[in-house]
Design a protein around this ligand. Structure first.
Ligand SMILES: Nc1ncnc2c1ncn2[C@@H]1O[C@H](COP(=O)(O)OP(=O)(O)OP(=O)(O)O)[C@@H](O)[C@H]1O
Ligand SMILES: [Mg+2]
Length: 311
């Protein structure tokens, strides 16, 4: 029986790396022996095709949202061990309108996922959202425990971010989802050779401090090729910088959730780490960043992030 943590991968801005991060973080957590369910709730179904699954009518969560199917019956295996998916398909677009007409329109997804959570099969449910703040995305934010916001390291990144953080506050305060919190901000498509990328990261860290993952996802052409082969980066090209980055993100994600400790061994053996002193914190971020991003300046960013984390 596992405790399930539900994570929304959300940003109303398009093309910032939500799907790429959902697929690859999910795959890297699965590689670390976490049981992961990826729920594709974007009618574009990019996460579905990105893992090599067909877009089939009737396969999405649509039926479950309207009481004609059970979420547990919609779960499909993926080519990645420990990673399952509930696919999407274009019909899901119609769910926006339909749900809005019905009762309890913000809590439909929460009700649907409750039996999946109760099954105790998953450590993590990661939900890939569409680039909008429509009813489906609002349902995800009403059902999730936390939100990961991918942010493209470009000039207007911060503008969209404040919309998301205010929304989380509102959902807390109006009682729709009092426990919802920001899990972290992932900087994507980072280009260490440009000052702009570095400045944007600095700026985001200045506002959000240790909410920003130290792991920066570099711009890497392999990451954009992998979906057309229906594979996550760790199977498409396990040795590229993109694969290293998402593995590092998974490690940092788990370490942060575990109060700075890596929990692999502890979890596999079925017990929690005994004391914080028995294992040293191994974030590895500075070494990683300088390895994959030639710009030495990036070290400064990591150190600044660490300072925030410590303070
Ligand atoms: N680190 C990266 N390096 C290179 N290309 C990337 C990277 N991350 C994402 N991409 C590419 O950028 C595009 C947008 O990424 P992605 O689909 O993950 O964003 P999204 O936020 O899910 O988009 P949407 O809002 O449309 O759902 C895709 O073509 C993807 O392959
Ligand atoms: Mg997407």
């Amino acid at each position: 029986m596992m405790q399930t943590h539900v994570i929304a991968m959300a940003n109303q801005k398009g093309g910032v790396g939500k799907t790429t991060t959902a697929i690859n973080l999910a795959a890297c957590l699965a590689e670390k022996r976490k049981e992961v369910l990826l729920v594709d709730l974007d009618p574009q179904a990019n996460a579905t095709s990105g893992l090599g699954l067909p877009k089939e009518p009737g396969a999405s969560l649509y039926g479950a949202l309207f009481g004609t199917a059970r979420a547990l019956d919609l779960i499909k295996p993926t080519p990645v061990k420990n990673l399952s998916i509930i696919p999407s398909e274009i019909d899901l677009a119609g769910a926006e309108v339909e749900i809005a007409r019905g009762e309890h329109y913000l809590h439909r997804l929460r009700a649907v996922l409750s039996e999946v959570i109760a099954s105790g099969r998953y450590h993590f449910i990661i939900i890939d959202c569409s680039p909008s703040l429509g009813i489906l995305t609002m349902n995800v934010l009403a059902a999730a425990h936390s939100v990961i916001i991918p942010l493209q390291a470009e000039y207007y990144a911060l503008e969209g971010l404040s919309v998301m953080t205010r929304l989380i506050q509102q959902l807390n305060q109006n009682g729709v989802n009092p426990g919802l919190h920001l899990e972290g901000i992932v900087m994507t498509m980072y280009d260490g050779r440009t000052n702009l990328s570095q400045q944007v990261v600095q700026e985001v860290i200045r506002h959000f401090g240790d909410k920003v993952y130290e792991t920066l996802i570099p711009r890497n052409v392999r990451l954009s090729e992998a979906p057309s082969f229906g594979k996550p980066i760790i199977t498409y090209n396990p040795l590229c910088t993109g694969a290293a980055a998402y593995r590092q993100l998974a490690r940092e994600f788990l370490a942060r959730r575990n109060g700075g400790l890596e929990d692999d061994d502890a979890d596999a053996a079925g017990f929690k780490l005994r004391s914080p002193f028995e294992k040293s914190v191994q974030m590895e971020a500075p070494a990683f960043v300088s390895a994959v991003i030639p710009a030495v300046e990036s070290r400064g960013l990591v150190e600044e992030a660490s300072t925030h984390a410590a303070s």
